[in-house]
Write a protein of this length. Sequence first.
Length: 168
Amino acid sequence: MITNHIRSGDLDSALYVFDNMTVKTTVTWNSVLAGLSRKCGKLKEAQELFVKIPEPDAVSYNTMLSCHVRYVECGDLDSASKLFEKAPFKSVVAWTAMITGYMKIGRVGLAERLFQKIPEKNLVTWNAMIAGYIENYRAEDGVKILPNNGGIWYPAKFLNSEQCFVRV
């Protein structure tokens, strides 16, 4: 029911249902958190809800990190960074959200350090890094990080070539 209200854009009804629930699971907490994080101007409410979640899981942390990264324009990437550092588990989604956020505000060095540390890179991570280089006028660095094997490039395995190479 909460998810249906959120999908239809009726966040107030979703919050009403949530507030009146006697038993709240991590899934219901995460649903409301996701709804708040998508609604412009609801970062503070999302933060307040997040700290109340009895047992936040990877979805909770990823949702909150993505929420902070969306608010980069408001200068809230530092909050996302603190949340990322204290997260008990960091998924590839969380790593990629932070890389994207750092690239958006021109902190390329921080994004590069995270990219080097990430335990498992996926298609989205590679795209975030390359797109970030391009947005920061460093397309040549985007080309340099492409995975290769003995000089043979196989970016299709890792990258959405239509998205990345058109930008390069």
